[in-house]
Design a protein around this ligand. Structure first.
Ligand code: C2G
Length: 131
């Protein structure tokens, strides 16, 4: 049983989010997703996501190829989360390339290419400008 773990905020859930989760799920038998908490986002970006952590977890957990979700409360707890969920593979988008190589002692780490031309920040900007 190969368990895959990935993390993200998944605010204003979009096609790029769908595609990374779908690709991650195909790399193992089970996909578990750590959804970054509202407080973690505020500490990283000085703003809260538009969707609450409960809404974001609810959306991600509704996907057919996601087997479980949990709240990621700190970026520093990755090692604990990997061990707790007995993950054998950590998948992240290539915007995080190299950042999680330190966990290669306990699991495989793979960075997947991002889907081009879409991001939550771009969507917010486009909505502000175009509507
Ligand atoms: N992503 C993607 N293609 C896009 C946009 C996002 O593949 N066009 C991927 C990102 O690379 C990431 C995942 O979707 O792996 C979630 O993206 P975000 O919601 O932006 O998450 P992020 O803020 O990167 O949070 O502990 C890690 C962080 O919490 C990750």
């Amino acid at each position: 049983m190969k368990k895959v773990l990935t993390f993200g905020t998944f605010d204003i859930f979009h096609y790029g989010h769908l595609r990374i989760l779908e690709r991650a799920s195909k790399l193992g038998d089970e996909l578990i997703v750590g959804v970054s908490s509202d407080a973690l986002n505020f500490s990283k970006k000085q703003r809260y996501p538009l969707y609450t952590e409960e809404e974001r977890m609810h959306i991600v957990s509704a996907l057919g190829f996601v087997n479980g979700v949990f709240l990621e409360e700190s970026l520093e707890l990755k090692r604990e989360y990997i061990l707790e969920h007995k993950a054998s593979l950590l998948v992240m988008g290539h915007d995080w390339e190299g950042r999680f190589d330190e966990f290669k002692d306990i699991c495989e780490v793979i960075y997947l290419p991002r889907t081009p031309s879409i991001s939550t920040s771009d969507l917010i900007e486009r909505i502000k400008i175009e509507f």
